[in-house]
Design a protein around this ligand. Structure first.
Ligand SMILES: *Cc1c(COP(=O)(O)O)cnc(C)c1O
Length: 421
């Protein structure tokens, strides 16, 4: 099946007389006839649903759909994008370990890595997205366990050279984790470029309607965990009578461990209702992404021709530093998100945002409705000026998320607000 078809049909196939739409299994638990059967479920020798923290038929259908869209062997839905990145890392990185992350990433992920994981004894080195191979190689240590980056970074719209970082990670015996939130599997499938694990904040385009927080982790099934660096996957798990994930679950070792160990213990699960809403969004994802890209390209051209604007970041623009990389990784478009800086800095940015009429100021992005945000005073306000600088976020930077309204209405609102600014 092609991706448009997968978005509609993967994960759930109704049998004769069954519900056409994905049913919502609004139940915490599932009934069994014997203690013997339940014991097998707990020993992981038989699969089945028993408690919705670990698995639920509605959530399972959506996990199967997203795994298929990304080209992975399995997926795990989580309560938010933050939970997805947290579990994706903690599944293979422990206290005393080290990881490498691209510097241009979402502020929440930066906090997770630089503040909370640091407290947990995990050291993260941030490298510039455009660092040379030698510079990246120099960041590896004997205890490095993973490399992380975002396909299209939030909010700076830097593109991550997936193939190059994957090659360096693999040379050093560790997997590459890619947060593919802005690109979605419609525009880029990181596994095809060598990524081993893919994460999303499904809160953004995959849902797309701003109705439900969520996240997902997808396992490519391709990474060989048996090189000696990942004892959590290759040595017996005493909490499951000595299960060895790589031996007992083969190519699904990583995603199985994330579910049966981390989700069991940390509990950041998606709900059946949440998964149902996410699935509604997924069904129309390819149609929406096409229009988001089309409208954003038009807005980016419009902005770059205006005298009030200092700079516009959108990779389809000629002269954008990521133009060539976008042609490789995002040939069908670069999503609806644009970053730009107004002349007149912070004050002009505030006047611009306060003058918008149709476009709304929200702490959100990747919605069907066009929305705008000033990162330095909101999502990134916890970061020091140095950290802002390292993440490429100027004080006057505005993140514009172009929605599905008629392009004429979007441009008219932008034009009048620019005049006010
Ligand atoms: C929003 C976002 C997150 C965090 O997701 P939540 O669903 O808000 O927890 C992580 N990564 C990226 C790229 C994001 O845009």
């Amino acid at each position: 099946m092609k991706i448009e078809t997968k978005c509609l049909h993967e994960g759930y196939e109704p049998k004769n007389g069954e519900s056409r739409a994905l049913p919502i299994y609004q139940s915490t638990t599932f009934k069994y006839d014997s203690t013997e059967h339940v014991a097998k479920l707990f020993d992981l020798t038989e699969s089945g649903f028993f408690y919705s923290r670990l698995g639920n038929p509605t959530v399972d259908a959506v996990e199967k759909k997203i795994a298929s869209l990304e080209g992975g062997v399995g997926a795990l839905c989580t309560s938010s994008g933050q939970a997805a990145n947290m579990l994706a890392v903690l599944n293979i990185v422990s206290s005393g370990d080290h990881m490498i992350s691209a510097a241009s990433i979402y502020g929440g992920t930066l906090n997770l890595f630089a503040v909370t994981m640091k407290k947990m004894g995990i050291d993260v080195t941030f490298v510039d997205n455009n660092a040379t191979d030698e510079e990246i190689q120099a960041a590896f240590r004997p205890n490095t366990k993973a490399v992380f980056g975002e396909t299209i970074s939030n909010p700076t719209i830097a593109i991550f050279d997936i193939e190059r970082f994957a090659a360096l990670a693999h040379k050093n015996g560790v997997p590459l984790i890619v947060d593919n939130t802005f690109a979605t599997p419609v525009l880029c499938r990181p596994i095809e470029f060598g990524a081993d694990i893919v994460t999303h904040s499904t809160t953004k385009y995959l849902d797309g309607h701003a109705v439900q927080l969520g996240g997902v982790i997808v396992d490519s099934g391709k990474f060989d965990w048996t090189g000696g660096k990942f004892p959590g996957l290759t040595e017996p798990d005493d909490s499951y009578h000595g299960v060895v994930y790589t031996k007992d679950f083969g190519e699904s070792a990583y995603i199985t461990k994330a579910r049966v160990q981390l989700m069991r213990d940390m509990g950041t699960c998606q709900s059946a209702m949440g998964a149902f809403l996410l699935n509604l969004g997924l069904e129309t994802l390819p149609v929406r992404m096409e229009r988001h890209c089309q409208n954003a390209a038009a807005v980016a051209s419009f902005l770059s021709a205006r005298p009030e604007i200092e700079s516009v970041s959108y990779p389809t623009l000629n002269g954008d530093p990521y133009h060539e990389m976008a042609a490789k990784y995002l040939p069908n478009g670069c999503s609806g998100v644009i970053a730009f800086t107004l002349k007149g800095g912070r004050a002009a940015g505030v006047r611009f945002i306060d003058s918008l009429k149709l476009i709304s100021l929200v702490v959100h992005v990747a919605d069907i409705r066009t929305c705008v945000l000033h990162p330095a005073s909101s999502t990134h306000r916890q970061l020091t000026d140095e950290q802002l600088d390292a993440a490429g976020v100027a004080p006057g930077l505005i993140r514009l998320s172009v929605g599905l309204e008629n392009i004429d209405d979007i441009l008219e609102d932008l034009a009048q607000a620019l005049e006010q600014a």
